[in-house]
Design a binder for this molecule. Structure first.
Ligand code: ATP
Ligand code: MG
Length: 312
């Protein structure tokens, strides 16, 4: 594995379906499955940074794969898009020289129709939810118990969806009622139920490993043939979740999180928040990479190096 960050995915053997802030999706020859490739790109405040974080693509891929396995055994009836980690072996599918690049950062997934909402679940009141609560005592328009402090655990995890914006736009917090209008009555309750169940199972698993999952974002997709809902995308990673150290957690103040906090702090303190074409200095890259690696090791009980060795 190279120590250079890979910000573009040099894969020409397959047709690219889409490119998001972090991932490139490619259509596999059967048309029913996708190669889901995670780059080392990093975004903050909805803008992609010029340089990346080496190994981030591997960390997010292998951590998601671990979660699909954990959640399958803990959430009854859960279906998910993950099929395998190994890139297709056939040289007519992916050129041999491309296989190394894909190793550990790609997975084969079921191609599904994605519901255009982000199924956010919050167990703690922080971030934009805290700002709203402090002002109106609501979160995504939902009335909440009085007297909560900053970063306090909510009496129950809550489902607080947002819109799923196109590249370059901002997601908007919406109420479960508005989400119901977007996805349709027949799917809304099941999505909410699955999101809450996945959060609860994931949060319990992480807590045993010293990590609090303050909040997270899931995505769901539909198999139009069977009308079944699947958990898709990345799952419970530092990009899609706020992870706090259980040992350092204290109610009533901001928490240090295991994600892009170092990067966000550097951007805001240098007046670079939301600016395009910004490159991170080496110390921000190293610290951020350290956070991602630490969360990976704590949650999987393995170093990234060990996990990569075990791939073949
Ligand atoms: P962000 O996660 O920050 O919103 P993004 O939406 O630009 O970023 P990426 O994570 O870079 O997205 O790319 C993943 C894309 O693939 C998302 O648009 C997601 O909805 C889509 N996706 C995930 N799983 C599947 C699937 N099984 N079939 C089809 N599309 C999928
Ligand atoms: Mg995404």
């Amino acid at each position: 594995m190279s120590s250079e960050a890979l910000t573009t995915i040099p894969l020409t053997s397959l047709t690219r379906l889409s490119q998001g802030k972090v991932r490139d999706l490619f259509i596999l020859p059967d048309g029913q499955t996708l190669l889901f490739v995670t780059s080392d790109r990093i975004s903050a405040y909805d803008v992609i940074l010029k340089n990346g974080i080496s190994s981030k693509g591997h960390i997010l891929t292998l951590l998601s794969a671990k979660w699909f396995q954990v959640l399958s055994s803990r959430v009854p009836g859960l279906k998910h898009h993950f099929l395998s980690l190994t890139p297709p072996p056939a040289p007519e599918v992916v050129a041999p020289e491309e296989r190394d690049m894909l190793r550990g950062r790609s997975m084969i997934v079921r191609r599904l129709k994605i519901f255009p909402i982000e199924a956010i679940v919050r167990g703690y009141v922080t971030g934009s939810a805290w700002a709203e609560y402090e002002k109106d005592q609501t979160i995504h328009g939902l009335a909440q118990t009085a007297g909560l402090s900053r970063c306090e655990q909510l009496p129950q995890p809550i489902y607080t969806p947002s819109t799923k914006a196109e590249l370059g736009d901002k997601d908007i917090n919406i109420s479960p009622e508005q989400a119901r209008e977007i996805v349709g009555d027949q799917y809304a309750s099941r999505i909410e139920e699955l999101a809450l169940a996945c959060y609860k199972a994931g949060a319990a698993y992480a807590e045993e490993r010293g990590i609090i999952i303050a909040d997270t974002k899931f995505e769901f997709g539909l198999d139009e043939e069977t009308d079944e809902i699947y958990l898709v995308d990345e799952v419970l990673t530092p990009d899609s979740s706020r992870f706090w150290s259980k040992a350092d957690y204290q109610v009533g103040r901001e928490q240090d999180s295991f994600d892009k906090q170092v990067l966000r702090n550097w951007l805001t303190s240098n007046g670079l928040k939301g600016k395009e074409g910004v490159a991170m200095p080496p110390e921000v890259v190293e610290k951020t990479k350290g956070r991602y690696l630490e969360v990976y090791e704590r949650l999987t009980g393995q170093t990234l190096e060990e996990a990569l060795k075990n791939l073949d």
